[in-house]
Write a protein that binds this ligand. Structure first.
Ligand SMILES: NC(=O)c1ccc[n+]([C@@H]2O[C@H](COP(=O)([O-])OP(=O)(O)OC[C@H]3O[C@@H](n4cnc5c(N)ncnc54)[C@H](OP(=O)(O)O)[C@@H]3O)[C@@H](O)[C@H]2O)c1
Length: 323
């Protein structure tokens, strides 16, 4: 089997398509033949060497959909030949090992491409909104970068929970798509003040929950858009890691909540459990729609990395894996 491996951090040319040993599933693992894998912002940082804790060498890819080919010791609930999807490192390859706790059955109504568009973005958004912020119906939710893979999922999850959603993006094209997914308020954050728009639309009450990812360029506006007791969930750092904010946020009792689905002790027992029970049926019946922007052959992984840096996509860039 072959996959994209990185031996040295650097540019996209450092991802090499090489023959790799066929992985053997250990206890609690499954071997999955990958048919499609999703592209993620974090992978561009892993490849460049700016993603904390990334060891070398490593096979690229963080999520995928495919067919179970081998079931390791102690795994129950999955069988050889089953269509599955989930999160696993090394998915930009013909085959990959999944830990069973991160793997889910792929609903019959979804293609491999749609399945590969779900795991990282939707599980991050689900964890942020349900596990961390504990959103309730009727709340006002502010979603930054609503065209991102996390943002476009968060928009749908919050709307399905009967929340009011304000979406920000850097272009009218992305905002039009956010409207199609149900956003109530559209904010072109390069041309408009996020706080002015949210406060005006909410009768000066402000947002109850916001999902923050862009960083310094919008941090102050986002904090100023928050209402009393508001929760700011900091899930990403697309525009840079350092932000500066005014401690005057204390007057509104704001809670600043950070998170990582890779390290949160609540992720598997709480988020994966509720996602399997509540979100999977909503994908199966079409309520939740995976958002696919572009499908490329896996051989065009370099182009996919460049597309992430250009950030014109809405939803996911998916790589189809040749069999
Ligand atoms: N905490 C966690 O567990 C977790 C899990 C998954 C992802 N993440 C993080 O969440 C963030 C978003 O991930 P994603 O997969 O949704 O990314 P994505 O699909 O690539 O979307 C990122 C969005 O950020 C905006 N952006 C602003 N400045 C940017 C820049 N300099 N380069 C690229 N995009 C920029 C873009 O929207 P506009 O054009 O509208 O500005 C873009 O659509 C990343 O920082 C990622 O590492 C965290």
């Amino acid at each position: 089997m072959k996959g994209y491996i990185v031996h040295e951090f650097g540019g996209p040319e450092n991802m090499l398509w090489e023959t790799l040993p066929r992985p053997e599933p250990g206890p609690g693992q499954l071997l999955v033949e990958v048919h499609a894998s999703g592209m993620n912002f974090a992978e561009t940082r892993m490849r460049a060497g700016t993603y904390s804790g990334q060891p070398l060498p490593f096979v690229m890819g963080m999520e995928g959909a495919g067919i179970v080919r081998e079931v390791g010791p102690g795994v129950s609930g999955f069988e050889v030949g089953q269509r599955v999807f989930g999160r696993a490192r090394g998915c930009h390859a013909h085959s990959v090992l999944f830990d069973a706790e991160h793997l889910m059955p792929l609903p019959d109504t979804l293609s491999f491409i749609e399945g590969a568009a779900i795991p990282v973005g939707w599980l991050t958004a689900w964890h942020a909104l349900h596990t961390v912020a504990e959103i309730t119906p009727g709340q006002r939710i502010l979603v930054e970068a609503a065209g991102g893979s996390v943002g476009s999922a968060a928009l749908q999850i919050a709307r399905q929970h009967d929340c009011w959603v304000a979406a920000t993006a850097s272009s009218d094209r992305k905002l039009d798509k956010a409207r199609e997914l149900g956003a109530d308020l559209l904010i072109h954050y390069l041309n408009e003040s996020i706080s002015e728009r949210v406060l005006e639309a909410s009768g000066e009450a402000g947002a109850d929950v916001s999902l923050m990812t862009i960083g310094e360029a919008t941090a102050t506006q986002l904090m100023d858009a928050m209402g009393m007791d508001g929760k700011v969930v900091m899930f990403g750092s697309t525009g840079g890691k350092d932000i500066c904010f005014n401690l005057g946020i204390g007057i509104r009792n704001l809670q600043l909540l950070s998170m990582s689905i890779s390290t949160s002790p609540a992720f598997v027992p709480v988020t994966m459990k509720s996602f399997r029970e509540q979100a999977l049926p909503l994908f199966a019946d079409g309520t939740f729609k995976p958002v696919v922007d572009t499908v490329l052959p896996l051989g065009e992984l370099v182009r996919a990395h460049r597309m992430i840096d250009e950030h014109q996509h809405f939803g996911k860039i998916i790589l189809e894996v040749p069999q």
